[in-house]
Design a protein around this ligand. Structure first.
Ligand SMILES: Nc1nc2c(c(=O)[nH]1)N[C@H]1C(S)=C(S)[C@@H](COP(=O)(O)OP(=O)(O)OC[C@H]3O[C@@H](n4cnc5c(=O)[nH]c(N)nc54)[C@H](O)[C@@H]3O)O[C@H]1N2
Ligand SMILES: Nc1nc2c(c(=O)[nH]1)N[C@H]1C(S)=C(S)[C@@H](COP(=O)(O)OP(=O)(O)OC[C@H]3O[C@@H](n4cnc5c(=O)[nH]c(N)nc54)[C@H](O)[C@@H]3O)O[C@H]1N2
Ligand code: SF4
Ligand SMILES: [Mo]
Length: 781
């Protein structure tokens, strides 16, 4: 550092996991030299983890790309932004014109849910392009939850979250929040909340084939056989019916299909599933009884119950149990958050419902789910000639060569594309195949708003941080990068990127003023657009969403249709906000101003605004065609016989499960020395009994073989994995040539997903089976 700039601080919401902690960054010049938890943050109240503490190193990683790269003479070379977008337009437009939009595949990775740009522009890109070849990290993750919510509640994004602060009993399956900090349950200091639950006399039951740090914290740990959660959950459901403990309570009048479910679930007795799950029948009965007896309880499942053979069934049963125990939609149970940028609630009534399989993938005829095709099927869609073949890929914040099954095959397929563009800060295993790489600035130079995670948050809250460091001169904000990409795809290359935001604002306002239930019904859209504040297009769009949203100022609307529409939907929002002022020492940002939200108002509360605890939203949240909860929907009924057949399956001798480490995040944080060290290692964990049986010793090398391939990896003998199970983390395998991640390449690890050939999927959701697949392990000498 050459300057003698005085250090200053700035607030920045952490984008590195779903906990969304508020950070206070120390900044010297344009460099972030420190990060600590913001004690005044209304949501995280000072919590921070080692990843957040490394914000500065991650932000300032010298391997981050500074300028666009364009492939010339076969080599990626530095280029200007104009050259790069010329190359994008020249690469994509002719393909779209000649072969149609399906010739372009869009791949969206996980960090899109952690950036403003990733929330605001991919939807516009997809409407502009209209390709059916959309692949996202959801089919390596939570698509089973979307499908089950779609079928049960009529909306794929209506996802109940456990009410961590108020529950008396948490049954947690296949999640390890002490390492992951939580997922589809946004809660800063998840570990602290679990401890608080136990301190107030509540009970925590953890179901995981590994004795994780979360399991160690629990009252009870069940080391289930991987892949069998759906059987366990079915048996718990069966016990509730058999022992007449099933009682939806207040929800009774909103539930359809109870009798059909009772009939269908009959064969799944605890005795019938005990052997497959490796959990004694009497234990299963006790768990069901305790769940039913708790004053308030929540069942919550994540990755280990999602990326498995019966993922959708397991995710459906999680909410079936919440419903049957009367815990769905009540305090202390599992509730639907109401985010500030959600659409303002409408009166209850029938909706459009949720359909699966409206189209199918070309090669393997996989049904679409939520408009997406399985990530595991990209390679075959690129390789297989014929009409609809993918000839170009737009990859936004995605690294499927490591995160999806059979990266070697995908890697080769990508190399054969006519054109590929990656928006990514790194030249890594996937972006190295691109013809153009467009690097976003580091997070310190980006504004932040959590569009996704405010909708999965254990408290309703809203926070926004502007860039902590001014955008460097040779950089483009990621919003501008994506807006220019939209223009290039839409044949408007060269137009002003702000045109994209203006277009979205105009069409949103046009719809709003025509909508009798909108607070701005009948008003002049131009006058409203002129009222929007914000320095940038994304800020103006955020302002628009906040003002039209459930807590918004409605552009000054007084009473009228807007208030009528939210009546009944959120009785008590005011009380909620008030209660949080009284009930919390950290209610600083809170006032009754839950109403009247706008960007301006949010900016006046730099540590955020608490909008109160979660509240009941049924029936208003239901969007099924019946307007009711469809407890036993047809696609689920059709998949249940598959689960029934599993009762007779003989368990594989050895199956593999994943794991996460606190100082890691999927595939892209291995390039920071302090994060890629110590216990964060890519080892094969093996139980001592299995090690002895297989002839493996700690520190030696084992060969792992499965459907998709084989590799050698160091062995770690530990009794934290159960017998019959080995564990490897994902996101490793940084040993391909042509990447630019020096630290990661120096300790590359192996790519666990190379063990998969992409054929194992949860059929309803198209989600890859990444946990609980059979492997063979042998010593290497
Ligand atoms: N075996 C196994 N495989 C798994 C999983 C597992 O548990 N086991 N987990 C799955 C899950 S849950 C997920 S979500 C997927 C994730 O899969 P992906 O989304 O494909 O992978 P990530 O490693 O999260 O990161 C994707 C890319 O985003 C880039 N990136 C980081 N920050 C930004 C940014 O601000 N802007 C842009 N444009 N790019 C950025 C990174 O450099 C990286 O190249 O992996 C899945 N794969
Ligand atoms: N530190 C860190 N934090 C992260 C990430 C990261 O990579 N590192 N990734 C982020 C992302 S993208 C996501 S989606 C979330 C995921 O958040 P979590 O779901 O909490 O993530 P995991 O730690 O993978 O926990 C899954 C657990 O399921 C267990 N498991 C495996 N198979 C089965 C099974 O068949 N049944 C049961 N009951 N359990 C099983 C595994 O042993 C593991 O402990 O984490 C996010 N946060
Ligand atoms: S828990 Fe997640 S959001 Fe909080 S500091 Fe750590 S990485 Fe950031
Ligand atoms: Mo994920």
């Amino acid at each position: 550092m050459s300057h003698h700039d005085a250090a200053r601080t700035a607030l920045r919401i952490c984008p590195l996991c779903e906990a969304t902690c508020g950070l206070t960054l120390t900044i010297e010049g344009s460099r972030v030299t420190g990060a600590r938890g913001d004690r005044d943050d209304v949501f995280s109240q000072g919590f921070i983890c080692p990843k957040g503490a490394s914000f500065g190193e991650l932000d300032g990683d010298p391997d981050r790309l500074r300028t666009p790269l364009v492939r010339k003479d076969g080599r990626l070379q530095e280029a200007s932004w104009d050259e790069a977008f010329d190359a994008v337009a020249a690469g994509l437009r002719p393909l779209i014109e000649q072969y149609g939009p399906n010739a372009v595949g869009v791949v969206l990775g996980n960090p899109n849910v952690h950036t403003m740009a990733g929330a605001l522009y991919p939807p516009v890109l997809l409407t502009t392009l209209r390709t059916r070849n959309l692949f996202t990290a959801s089919t390596l993750d939570q698509m089973p939850k979307h499908v089950s919510s779609g079928l049960l509640f009529g909306s794929a994004v209506a996802i109940p979250v456990p009410d961590l602060d108020r529950t008396d009993h948490l049954l947690l399956l296949g999640a390890n929040p002490l390492e992951s900090n939580g997922s589809l349950c946004t809660a800063a200091d998840f570990p602290g909340k679990l401890k608080a639950l136990r301190r107030r006399g509540g009970k925590l039951v953890v179901v995981d084939p590994r004795r994780t740090r979360t399991a160690k914290l629990a009252d009870q740990h069940l080391a289930i056989r991987p892949g069998t959660d759906a059987l366990l959950l079915a048996a718990l459901t069966q016990v509730l019916f058999e022992e007449k403990l099933a009682d939806p309570g207040r929800l009774d009048e909103h539930v359809d299909g109870l009798d059909e479910l009772r009939e269908a679930i009959r064969p799944f007795t605890p005795e019938a599933v005990a052997e497959a799950c490796d959990i004694p029948a009497d234990k299963i009965r006790t768990i069901a009884r305790e769940l039913a007896a708790a004053p308030a309880a929540a069942v919550y499942g994540r990755i280990g119950s999602s990326t498995v053979e019966y993922g959708t069934l397991a995710n459906w049963l999680v909410d079936v149990l919440n419903i049957l125990t009367g815990n769905l939609d009540r305090p202390g149970g599992a509730l639907f958050p109401l985010a500030a940028t959600d659409r303002a609630p409408r009166p209850a009534g029938p909706g459009k419902g949720f359909l699966l399989g409206r189209w199918h993938s070309r090669v393997s005829a996989h049904p679409e789910a939520k408009g997406e095709l399985p990530m595991a099927a990209i390679a075959e869609e690129i390789e297989t000639p014929g009409e609809g073949q993918i000839r170009a890929i737009i990859s936004l914040a995605a690294n499927p060569v490591l995160s999806a099954p059979d990266g070697n095959r995908l890697d080769t397929a990508l190399a054969g594309l006519d054109f590929m563009v990656s928006v990514d800060p790194y030249l890594n295993e996937t972006s190295r195949r691109a013809h153009v790489v467009l690097p976003p600035p580091p997070p310190s130079q980006s504004a932040h708003y959590d569009f996704a995670f405010t909708a999965f948050s254990v408290r309703n809250q809203v926070r926004y941080t502007r860039p902590a460091v001014p955008l460097e001169e040779d950089r483009l904000d990621e919003s501008e990068i994506l807006a220019r990409l939209v223009l290039a795809v839409g044949g408007m290359h060269g137009a002003e990127p702000s045109a994209v935001d203006a277009m979205v604002i105009d069409s949103t306002l046009a719809k709003a003023v025509a909508d009798p239930l909108s607070p701005v019904h009948g008003r002049d859209p131009k006058e409203l657009a002129a009222q929007l504040t914000g320095r940038t297009g994304p800020e103006r769009r955020l302002d628009l969403m906040l003002r039209l949203g459930p807590y918004g100022d409605g552009f000054g609307a007084q009473g009228g249709a807007h208030d009528a529409a939210r009546e009944g939907a959120r009785e008590g929002a005011r009380e909620g906000a008030q209660e949080s002022v009284q009930g919390s020492a950290h209610g600083r940002g809170t006032d009754r101003g839950a109403h009247g939200l706008s960007l301006e108002r949010l900016l006046a509360h730099p540590h955020g605004i608490d909008l109160g605890p979660l509240e009941s939203r049924i029936p208003q949240v239901l969007k099924t065609r019946s307007g009711r909860i469809e407890l036993f929907p047809e696609p689920i009924a059709a998949d249940l016989p598959r689960l029934r057949r599993a009762l007779g399956d003989r368990a594989a001798a050895l199956v593999l499960v994943g794991r996460r480490h606190l100082r890691s995040n999927n595939s892209w944080m291995h390039n920071v020395p302090t994060l890629n060290s110590g216990t964060n290692r890519c080892t094969l964990q093996v139980h001592p009994e299995d090690a002895a049986r297989l002839g493996l010793v700690d520190g030696a090398t084992a060969r792992v073989t499965a459907d998709g391939g084989a590799f050698d990896v160091p062995v770690e003998v530990t009794d934290t994995v159960r017998t019959g199970v080995v564990s490897l983390p994902h996101g490793w395998g940084h040993d391909r040539p042509g990447t630019r991640m020096k630290v990661a390449a120096a300790s590359p690890g192996v790519n666990v997903n190379q063990l998969l050939d992409g054929s194992r999927l949860d059929p309803l959701s198209g989600t890859a089976v990444l946990n609980g697949f059979p492997v063979e392990v042998a010593p290497v000498d």
